[in-house]
Design a protein around this ligand. Structure first.
Ligand code: COA
Ligand code: ZN
Length: 312
């Protein structure tokens, strides 16, 4: 069976726009629960300006308390070299840079033009690699930008090349506002795979229009085997209007398992993580499959009638 890696982003992308500060102990409980559910890749936090994103001010403290399972691949988001220095001091081994495909989106997100962001990302990727860290690059608003509209595949491909040349190990195609559809995913990968192998890429889809899993499917057909998702569908980007609804991890796991892929994640344990995420955020979370999953769980835990244990 083919293995697909799920990179859980609930603790970073998921929590960054949550208004009430979540205590670090609660974030760590959630991280522990996700690891217990079998997730082996996780974006744990970001080393950004605490004024810009107060929720991430506890990044170093969080890093110090993460469950130390050796086979969990933790990464952290850094916007610049200052963030990299803080991440290195906190013991991070992999950093993620974010490069939005348009000028306005970069201005809104990190206060820099596209060309200045490119310079900063190249310098930060190079420095991270020189320090022995893995560096990955997100290309945000890779399909539509909420400010500038449609983004052409060629633009994304050029940014991806620049990041790979600087030393990025992976490029993550991010549909920040959930605007992609399978036809556009196919067109984008047609261009991207002219120059690079599919293993270099991962995808980050938002489920705003309920197309996220269609886009996952199309990416799988292109050979991509790594996807971001967020427990309970938590989160979005505070700097990008319309960026609600990360693809929920439970939807992704259910879909992949049913289609015959292996993820190493236990759906039953993952539902406990969804409950925990609800408890610590006070929000009514859950992916599109939640009603089905809950009904299925209720059937499994109900005593079998007439001594029959076949619950169908
Ligand atoms: N971590 C902590 N502090 C940082 C920092 C970092 N990575 N980068 C810059 N700073 C500090 C500076 O030292 C400066 O501090 P001071 O006011 O005490 O002197 C202050 O932030 C402003 O720095 P400046 O370089 O002028 O940047 P800015 O105010 O234009 O902010 C960013 C730029 C990138 C730091 C800020 O916009 C940011 O952190 N954005 C993150 C957005 C995000 O997380 N997006 C999520 C991706 S979807
Ligand atoms: Zn997201």
């Amino acid at each position: 069976m083919q293995q697909v890696t799920i990179n859980e982003v609930g603790l970073r992308d998921g929590l960054q726009m949550h208004r009430t500060l979540v205590p670090v102990e609660d974030k760590l409980r959630l991280a522990g629960s996700l690891v217990e559910a079998g997730l082996r890749a996780m974006e744990a936090t970001s080393f950004v300006s605490p004024k810009a994103v107060p929720q991430m001010a506890d990044a170093a403290e969080l890093m110090a308390g993460l469950p130390g399972t050796e086979d969990v691949e933790y990464s952290v988001l850094v916007p610049n070299q200052k963030g990299l220095a803080r991440a290195v001091a906190a013991g991070a081994q992999a950093v993620n840079l974010v490069l939005s495909a348009t000028d306005t989106m970069n201005e809104k997100n990190i206060g820099m033009s596209l060309s200045k962001t490119r310079e900063t990302c190249v310098a930060t990727v190079r420095e991270a690699r020189a320090k022995g860290l893995q560096a990955n690059a997100y290309i945000a608003v890779a399909f539509d930008c909420p400010y500038e509209g449609r983004v052409e595949p060629q633009v994304v491909a050029e940014l991806a090349d620049e990041m790979l040349e600087a030393g990025a190990g992976r490029v993550i195609i991010a549909d920040t506002i959930g605007a992609a559809d399978p036809v556009r995913v196919r067109s984008l990968f047609k261009v991207l795979l002219n120059r690079n192998a599919p293993e270099i890429f991962a995808c980050h889809f938002h489920d705003t229009r309920a197309f996220a899993l269609c886009n996952v499917w199309e990416s799988l057909q292109a050979g991509v085997t790594r996807f971001d998702s967020s427990v309970g569908g938590l989160g979005g980007c505070p700097f990008s209007p319309g960026a609600s609804g990360n693809l929920a991890t439970e939807d992704l796991v259910l879909f992949l398992h049913q289609c015959g892929y292996e993820t190493g994640v236990s759906l039953e344990s993952l539902l406990k993580s969804v409950e925990l995420a609800k408890e610590i955020t006070g929000r009514d979370l859950g992916g599109r499959s939640m009603a089905y999953l809950n009904a299925n769980r209720a059937v499994k835990t109900r005593p079998a009638p007439n001594g029959c244990d076949d619950t169908g």
